[in-house]
Design a protein around this ligand. Structure first.
Ligand SMILES: C[C@H](O)[C@H](O)[C@H]1CNC2=NC(N)=NC(=O)C2=N1
Length: 126
């Protein structure tokens, strides 16, 4: 069964989070409240929760030995994002990729962002 609601995903482990697909977002989609976001963050402990201009974001930095490895990782994330229909901000630097997930449509965090953060971690371990 494909799980799609946040009440269900809050009981998932981070591995199971990678098995859930993003849902299409509209301006009426449910924003994740700060408290719920803190709980969900336990599933993706390497991510940080930021408030930037009153928009909640998920962010993580990944480090690499050179530019090419960082670039390859950024490409992998882009492919996954296009498959999910949900798109991050990716900052590619020498030996470093900074990934930021939030949902533009609702100017905040949606369950999709937690799903994609977990999927980004999974790509890093591959
Ligand atoms: C029409 C299309 O599905 C939407 O514009 C999607 C595309 N990707 C998206 N990605 C992110 N991060 N937030 C969105 O609100 C969003 N909306």
């Amino acid at each position: 069964m494909v799980k799609t609601s946040i009440s269900e995903i809050s009981y998932l482990t981070s591995t199971q989070l990678t098995e859930v697909s993003c849902v299409a977002c509209t301006i009426n989609s449910t924003k994740i409240a700060a408290q719920k976001a803190t709980e969900l963050l336990l599933l993706i402990p390497n991510w940080q929760l930021h408030n930037r201009d009153n928009i909640m974001l998920l962010e993580r930095e990944y480090t690499f030995k050179n530019y090419k490895l960082a670039w390859d990782f950024a490409n992998k994330i882009s492919v996954m994002a296009e498959t999910e229909g949900h798109h991050p901000a990716i900052l590619l630097e020498w030996g470093k990729v900074t990934v930021t997930w939030w949902t533009h449509t609702i100017n905040g965090l949606h369950q999709n962002d937690f799903i994609c953060a977990a999927k980004t971690d999974a790509l890093f371990s591959k």
